[in-house]
Design a protein around this ligand. Structure first.
Ligand SMILES: Nc1ncnc2c1ncn2[C@@H]1O[C@H](COP(=O)(O)OP(=O)(O)O)[C@@H](O)[C@H]1O
Ligand SMILES: O=C(CO)[C@@H](O)[C@H](O)COP(=O)(O)O
Length: 593
């Protein structure tokens, strides 16, 4: 390892806090993680990182657990002999939409943080810093009434999407704040500031509540993206209807930092004294985990990232702001004028786990290191696409596996199974007799990929004019519209069967790739952001220019599937309309209930 500066990136996601340390040349020096269930499950009564109040659809995480996790992950980096004194800059990514409520004591307590044995750790010193002990989690679905009001506030859901990048969503912070203000008026009144999870983590490092980030702020339904300001109408709605309420909420939310790079301030003396950071170490803006994922490699227009974490997300970048109620647009975290397109599914990793756990157990393997996904993968790969072995006689199988209420489409929990003609999707019929569970292994992954393909069609068929990267090449005209490359990240990217099916359904002219850091992509994106934030020549040197020059494909990504397969891709295209029709029918039944 050379003696140059180091950069630290974090990822505070649903189930873990991960940290990764890199050098200026982007090589990884060290990493550590805290697993919330494994390290704190019993103490905080959480499962898969969260607590749930089923009766009201609330899902939330204890803020104190995150404080403990931060000390623990730094301790683990220290134990791994990471030279923390050489860290020049810190940035990171955090689960989106969650909100942290600071008390009136917060600024004072943050400013007084000291590495003093007697005063204890962050969790001890910041005991009085929060007006609410919990942060709503992105899986929360307690805010339908608030969503209806948000969708109506500007006239239609389309207009809300035009202004804020998204129609109203249960998890978006504006609807969450509106509900918490109504449900806990005293708590709301005693709140001095509200942070997103990303600005919360940055605030701990600086020792003062920091501004929100230009990309993560788009996950709130409160920020007007085209006019780069808070929407007064939406602030007024969330704050209860009065102009004074809106002004008060605006001061609780604070400024939004328009520049994704540069320094927001020096590190708090707490971390210098306790872990040996240099007092000159600086903090760059932190962003959301999905915006950070698109920073984990120099992404080109027509490339797509599928993030297979607790949620499953589909991400692309585009210079064209074209929002729609069925998906999300965010400001790009580093590059003004670029946008991130996102689809987010709640029934991602945990839904695949449910199907995995419903499969009959395979004969016992004596090795203790047996892969828990082995049986799932065998069935997923031995089932042909759409379970059609003979196109003349077999019907295509389509399913929806929503163990939690889904985001896209907004359908309550349930599972549905349909069949249709494999040739053209005609004769779509609900199947009343469930097919053998073994088939579900393939069909759930196909279902997730078909939903992404259906909703991203317009993005892959338009030519990438005005792109951010000079090396982007339009697709060969002889091939059907599809992404150029598919990159898989998140825990599920380790799975070869999932990679294969993603390639079957979504294509990818250049193939399907997995990031070698696997589940650490968001933390890596955060670390790259820190390198760019502090090493850019000036504000005009873009992230793509700086990182593009240093990033080496070799050792960073690995091809895991060929992607586009002639015939297979077209076979899924034949039933794409039927897949949309199946969702429509399920939605219709739900509406009429
Ligand atoms: N080999 C595998 N095959 C499929 N899924 C996997 C595999 N390994 C891990 N996962 C999934 O990855 C998920 C965690 O991914 P991760 O990106 O670390 O989550 P998060 O960032 O949401 O905390 C788990 O819920 C698990 O289902
Ligand atoms: O809600 C969203 C995006 O809109 C989620 O993607 C969260 O950002 C949490 O992500 P993971 O914990 O699954 O990484």
């Amino acid at each position: 390892m050379s003696e140059g500066p180091l950069y630290l990136g974090f990822d505070l996601s649903t189930q873990q806090l991960k940290a990764i340390v890199i050098q200026s040349d982007l090589s990884v020096v060290s990493s550590a993680k805290v697993d919330f269930d494994g390290d704190f499950g019993a103490k905080y009564g959480i499962k898969k990182g969260v607590q749930v109040n089923e009766a009201e659809g609330e899902v939330f995480a204890p803020v104190a657990m995150w404080l403990e996790a931060l000390d623990l992950v730094l301790q683990r980096l220290q134990e791994a002999n990471t030279p923390l004194n050489r860290i020049r800059g810190i940035s990171g990514s955090c689960q989106q939409h969650g909100s942290v409520y600071w008390s009136r004591e917060a600024e004072k307590l943050l400013a007084e943080l000291q590495a003093d044995e007697q005063r204890g750790k962050l969790v001890d010193q910041l005991k009085g810093a929060f007006s609410h002990p919990y942060a709503p989690n992105w899986q929360d679905h307690s805010t339908q009434a608030e969503c209806d009001k948000f969708d109506g506030a500007l006239g239609t859901a389309e207009r809300l999407a035009q202004a804020t990048g998204s129609a109203a969503h249960h998890r978006f912070t504006g609807t969450q704040i509106m509900r918490l203000r109504r449900k806990r008026p005293d708590m709301y009144a005693s709140t001095s500031r509200i942070s997103l999870v990303s600005s919360f983590l940055a605030s701990l490092f600086i020792g003062s509540v920091t501004p929100m980030d230009i990309s993560d702020v788009c996950g709130m339904n409160l920020w007007d993206i085209p006019s780069k300001t808070w929407s007064e109408t939406l602030l007024t709605l969330a704050a209860g209807g009065s102009a004074e309420g809106a002004a008060d909420l605006k001061s609780k939310l604070g400024e939004v930092r328009l520049d994704g790079g540069g320094s927001m301030g020096k590190i708090s003396p707490y971390f210098v004294g306790k872990y040996g950071f240099s007092p000159d170490c600086e903090i760059a803006p932190f962003t959301g985990d999905n915006p950070a994922t698109i920073l984990a490699l120099p992404l080109r227009p027509l490339d797509a990232i599928v993030s297979l974490g607790t949620s499953t997300t589909f991400l692309m970048i585009t210079p064209v702001y074209k929002p729609d109620p069925s998906y999300h647009f965010f400001n790009h975290p580093t590059t003004p004028g670029q946008y991130m397109f996102m689809l987010c599914y709640k029934n991602g990793g945990l839904a695949r786990e449910k199907v995995r756990d419903s499969l009959p157990a395979a004969p016992k393997d004596n090795s203790s290191a047996a892969d828990p996904w082995e049986t799932f993968n065998q069935h997923a790969l031995s089932t042909p696409p759409l379970d059609v072995s003979s196109p003349e006689t077999d019907k295509a199988k389509l399913g929806l596996y929503f163990y939690l209420p889904e985001i896209v489409p907004n359908i309550s929990a349930g599972t549905w199974r349909y069949e249709c003609s494999a040739a053209d999707g005609s004769d779509l019929q609900q199947v009343n007799q469930p097919w053998p569970v073994e088939k579900d292994a393939r069909i759930i992954v196909e279902s997730q990929a078909l939903s992404m393909r259906l909703r991203s069609q317009n993005l892959v068929s338009t030519s990438p004019s005005g792109t951010s990267s000079s090396s982007s090449s339009p697709l060969p005209p002889s091939l059907p519209a599809q992404p150029r490359r598919i990159y898989l990240v998140g825990g599920g990217s380790l799975n070869p069967a999932i990679a294969r099916i993603m390639g079957d359904v979504l294509g990818g002219v250049d193939g399907v790739y997995k990031l070698d850091v696997g589940g650490n992509a968001c933390a890596l994106g955060g670390a790259y952001k820190a390198v760019w934030a502090f090493e850019r020549k000036d504000e005009t040197e873009t992230f793509d220019e700086l990182i593009g020059k240093r990033w080496k494909e070799e050792g960073a990504i690995r091809k895991v599937d060929e992607g586009y397969k002639r015939g297979v891709f077209e076979g899924y295209g034949n039933v794409l309309g039927a897949f949309g029709e199946m969702e429509g029918r399920v939605l219709e039944v739900a509406r009429n209930k």
